[in-house]
Design a protein around this ligand. Structure first.
Ligand SMILES: [Zn+2]
Length: 55
């Protein structure tokens, strides 16, 4: 299992220990970065461009 996987948005999926970065699903203009810790805690993120809040 050494190949990287991509979801429908083209986001690079890596193992759970790594930080991730993805385009805002609402406006697509802003890269949103999340740490594995934030994900495991279920923290919300807010897009600084459009104000979209999501898990
Ligand atoms: Zn946005």
């Amino acid at each position: 299992m050494s190949q990287n996987r991509y979801d429908e948005f083209g986001t690079k999926l890596v193992n759970d220990a790594a930080d991730i970065e993805f385009d805002c699903p609402n406006c697509g203009k802003t890269k949103i970065g999340r740490s594995a810790q934030a994900r495991s805690l279920g923290k919300e993120y807010t897009c600084p461009s459009c104000g979209f809040v999501g898990p």
